[in-house]
Write a protein that binds this ligand. Structure first.
Ligand SMILES: [Zn+2]
Length: 134
Protein backbone atom coordinates (compact mmCIF):
# COMPACT_ATOMS: atom_id res chain seq x y z
CA UNK A 1 0.00 0.00 0.00
CA UNK A 2 1.35 3.42 -0.92
CA UNK A 3 2.06 5.71 1.99
CA UNK A 4 0.31 9.08 1.85
CA UNK A 5 2.79 11.77 0.81
CA UNK A 6 3.70 14.08 3.63
CA UNK A 7 3.03 17.75 3.01
CA UNK A 8 6.14 19.91 3.05
CA UNK A 9 5.91 22.93 5.32
CA UNK A 10 7.01 26.27 3.87
CA UNK A 11 7.14 29.52 5.85
CA UNK A 12 7.41 32.07 3.06
CA UNK A 13 6.35 31.71 -0.54
CA UNK A 14 8.95 32.77 -3.17
CA UNK A 15 8.89 36.51 -3.89
CA UNK A 16 8.90 35.92 -7.63
CA UNK A 17 7.05 33.70 -10.08
CA UNK A 18 10.28 32.64 -11.76
CA UNK A 19 13.50 33.63 -13.50
CA UNK A 20 14.29 34.56 -17.06
CA UNK A 21 17.73 34.30 -18.71
CA UNK A 22 18.97 37.29 -20.70
CA UNK A 23 21.72 38.06 -23.19
CA UNK A 24 20.79 35.09 -25.33
CA UNK A 25 19.85 34.90 -28.97
CA UNK A 26 16.56 33.11 -28.47
CA UNK A 27 14.33 33.28 -25.43
CA UNK A 28 11.65 31.17 -27.05
CA UNK A 29 12.56 28.13 -25.03
CA UNK A 30 10.46 25.86 -22.88
CA UNK A 31 10.82 26.78 -19.17
CA UNK A 32 11.81 24.31 -16.47
CA UNK A 33 9.53 23.98 -13.44
CA UNK A 34 10.77 24.35 -9.90
CA UNK A 35 8.25 23.34 -7.25
CA UNK A 36 7.73 25.49 -4.15
CA UNK A 37 9.32 22.88 -1.87
CA UNK A 38 12.33 22.63 -4.21
CA UNK A 39 12.79 26.39 -4.10
CA UNK A 40 12.48 26.27 -0.29
CA UNK A 41 15.13 23.52 -0.03
CA UNK A 42 17.68 25.69 -1.89
CA UNK A 43 16.75 28.70 0.25
CA UNK A 44 17.20 26.79 3.51
CA UNK A 45 20.52 25.14 2.57
CA UNK A 46 22.27 27.80 0.48
CA UNK A 47 20.76 31.01 1.87
CA UNK A 48 19.82 30.26 5.49
CA UNK A 49 22.83 27.89 5.66
CA UNK A 50 20.95 25.21 7.57
CA UNK A 51 22.17 21.62 7.72
CA UNK A 52 20.08 19.12 5.77
CA UNK A 53 18.86 17.70 9.09
CA UNK A 54 17.68 21.11 10.31
CA UNK A 55 16.13 21.93 6.94
CA UNK A 56 14.26 18.61 6.90
CA UNK A 57 12.93 19.31 10.42
CA UNK A 58 11.84 22.79 9.42
CA UNK A 59 9.92 21.42 6.42
CA UNK A 60 8.51 18.63 8.61
CA UNK A 61 9.82 15.82 6.38
CA UNK A 62 12.41 13.04 6.72
CA UNK A 63 16.04 13.67 5.91
CA UNK A 64 16.04 11.28 2.88
CA UNK A 65 12.95 13.02 1.47
CA UNK A 66 14.60 16.39 1.97
CA UNK A 67 17.78 15.22 0.22
CA UNK A 68 15.72 13.94 -2.72
CA UNK A 69 13.91 17.30 -3.04
CA UNK A 70 17.13 19.30 -2.71
CA UNK A 71 19.03 17.21 -5.27
CA UNK A 72 16.17 17.53 -7.72
CA UNK A 73 16.12 21.32 -7.19
CA UNK A 74 19.86 21.54 -7.98
CA UNK A 75 19.38 19.43 -11.10
CA UNK A 76 16.57 21.69 -12.34
CA UNK A 77 18.60 24.86 -11.74
CA UNK A 78 21.64 23.30 -13.44
CA UNK A 79 19.49 22.49 -16.47
CA UNK A 80 18.23 26.07 -16.55
CA UNK A 81 21.80 27.44 -16.37
CA UNK A 82 23.29 25.00 -18.87
CA UNK A 83 20.53 25.30 -21.43
CA UNK A 84 19.49 28.91 -20.83
CA UNK A 85 15.94 27.98 -19.87
CA UNK A 86 13.56 30.19 -17.88
CA UNK A 87 12.49 28.86 -14.47
CA UNK A 88 8.85 28.81 -13.42
CA UNK A 89 8.38 28.44 -9.68
CA UNK A 90 4.99 26.87 -9.21
CA UNK A 91 2.99 24.13 -7.61
CA UNK A 92 4.26 21.18 -5.62
CA UNK A 93 3.16 19.32 -2.53
CA UNK A 94 3.50 21.94 0.17
CA UNK A 95 1.66 23.77 2.89
CA UNK A 96 2.25 27.41 3.76
CA UNK A 97 2.07 28.36 7.42
CA UNK A 98 -0.33 31.23 6.75
CA UNK A 99 -2.66 32.33 3.98
CA UNK A 100 -0.76 34.13 1.24
CA UNK A 101 -2.07 35.96 -1.79
CA UNK A 102 -0.31 37.30 -4.86
CA UNK A 103 -1.54 40.43 -6.63
CA UNK A 104 -2.16 39.58 -10.27
CA UNK A 105 -1.29 43.12 -11.40
CA UNK A 106 1.90 44.03 -9.49
CA UNK A 107 2.86 40.56 -8.13
CA UNK A 108 3.02 41.83 -4.54
CA UNK A 109 2.77 39.07 -1.93
CA UNK A 110 0.10 39.73 0.67
CA UNK A 111 -0.06 37.78 3.92
CA UNK A 112 -3.12 37.07 5.97
CA UNK A 113 -6.85 37.08 5.49
CA UNK A 114 -7.57 40.61 6.61
CA UNK A 115 -5.89 42.36 3.66
CA UNK A 116 -6.57 39.93 0.87
CA UNK A 117 -9.38 41.81 -0.83
CA UNK A 118 -7.27 44.78 -1.84
CA UNK A 119 -3.66 45.44 -2.91
CA UNK A 120 -2.14 48.47 -1.21
CA UNK A 121 0.53 48.92 -3.91
CA UNK A 122 -1.75 49.16 -6.94
CA UNK A 123 -5.41 49.33 -7.86
CA UNK A 124 -6.06 45.58 -7.75
CA UNK A 125 -9.24 44.70 -5.92
CA UNK A 126 -11.23 41.55 -5.32
CA UNK A 127 -10.91 37.79 -5.60
CA UNK A 128 -10.09 37.76 -9.30
CA UNK A 129 -7.04 39.97 -8.87
CA UNK A 130 -5.63 38.63 -5.60
CA UNK A 131 -4.82 34.96 -6.04
CA UNK A 132 -4.53 32.65 -3.04
CA UNK A 133 -1.29 30.68 -3.04
CA UNK A 134 -2.20 27.76 -0.79
ZN1 LIG B 1 -0.90 45.04 -6.61
Amino acid sequence: MARPRKVRKIFNPPKMKGFMPYGMQSLATEPVRLKFEEFESIRLINYEMLSQDAAARQMNISRPTFTRIYNRALKIIAKSFAEGKPVNIEGGNYQLDKDWYRCRKCYKLIQGLENHFKCEDCTAYGENELIKLN
